[in-house]
Design a protein around this ligand. Structure first.
Ligand code: P6P
Length: 332
């Protein structure tokens, strides 16, 4: 089963489908294959290292960041199915030429975790697809909606292999692996389900001095379980690349956390193209995603580069996060 055939089969299940979403996902798939080929040979053709520019996040842009962004902007615009887009790399809304506009809004982080590129650590693309709101007149109002309005979410992880994980809703998440010899994504992880309980926690403990009491209490409950509980301490795994840390959490269970803290009162990760897609994937795979005090998908962004706190992963573990936030003080 190739991703192309998978999307066509999903389209057949929806008699009113026009094929636009199929074409859009095909364009995203091409973008991922192109980025994968660039990441794969970056060191050989000297694409790693700084591009000499700074993005809207104030971060030094790596050459691959710039190239990846251009690849997706071009692929999405050319599809003829996109009304506008939001990219981590571009500070303003990206409008599509009126002659090529479609009915979908796409949010994406073209190369998430790019600070890891020079070290050859996994990086990835994250994307979310929403429906354009005609009353928004191709403006940002189409994006100021709760995360529950997302239609499709996915990521493509560029590592030892190239894995694309996608959901089109209906409590179904499927994983594909790129077969370079075919140039096709092949279904290798059908019906991904997040284990209800895990043994791994993933958080940047270098920020511990900034954590609020609720986060400290929760993380300590994993590191120093009460003797009477009979529980063992969780293992710590953190790569600094959200796609890699979340992918592991989906497959093995546990929690991935980027909380708000005294240094970043809304957390670091971006709602539209990191928080929402990963929260949607997590819920469709049977997991949960919370800010600590509310469901991530219930957030309504106010700006296209809003940030949100996020704890996602195994449902039972996330329920313990929510409990800690009910009983301990936290950064609002
Ligand atoms: P920190 C990468 O820059 C990123 O956006 C995510 O991929 C990752 O989870 C997070 O930031 C890492 O941030 O502060 O731990 O380096």
């Amino acid at each position: 089963m190739t991703l192309t055939r998978y999307v066509l089969e999903m389209q057949k299940d929806h008699p009113n489908a026009t094929g636009s979403l199929t074409m859009l996902i095909s364009a995203i798939q091409v973008g991922c294959k192109f980025v994968e080929s660039c990441v794969r040979k970056a060191r050989l053709i000297n694409l790693v290292g700084l591009a000499g520019e700074v993005n809207v996040q104030g971060e030094d842009q790596k050459k691959l960041d710039v190239l990846s962004n251009d690849i997706f902007v071009n692929a999405l615009s050319a599809s003829g199915k996109v009304a506008s887009m939001v990219s981590e790399e571009i500070d303003h809304l990206i409008a599509v030429d009126p002659s090529k506009r479609g009915k979908y809004c796409v949010t994406f982080d073209p190369l998430d975790g790019s600070s890891n590129i020079d070290a050859g650590i996994n990086v990835g693309t994250i994307f979310g697809i929403f429906e354009d709101k005609p009353e928004a007149n191709f403006g940002v109002e189409s994006y100021m909606v709760p995360g529950t309005e997302i239609k499709v979410a996915g990521y493509c992880m560029y590592g030892s292999s190239c894995n694309l994980v996608i959901t089109m809703g209906h409590n179904r998440v499927d994983g594909f692996t790129l077969d370079p010899s075919l140039g096709e994504f092949i279904l290798t992880h059908p019906n991904i389900r997040v284990p209800s309980r895990g043994k791994i926690y993933s958080i940047n403990e270098g920020n511990s001095m900034y954590f609020d009491e609720a986060t400290i209490n929760y993380i300590n409950s994993l590191k120093f379980p009460e003797a009477s509980s009979g529980k063992k301490p969780y293992s710590a795994r953190y790569t600094g690349s959200m796609v890699a840390d979340v992918h592991r959490t989906f497959l093995y269970g546990g929690v991935f956390c980027y909380p708000s803290d005294k240094k970043t009162s809304s957390g670091k990760l971006r709602t539209l193209y990191e928080g929402f897609p990963m929260a949607y994937l997590c819920e469709m795979a049977g997991g949960k995603a919370t800010t600590g005090t509310k469901r991530v998908l219930d957030i309504v962004p106010e700006h296209i580069h809003d940030r949100c706190p996020i704890f996602l992963g195994s449902s039972e573990d996330i329920e313990e996060v929510e409990e800690s936030f009910k009983t301990h003080s936290h950064v609002l």
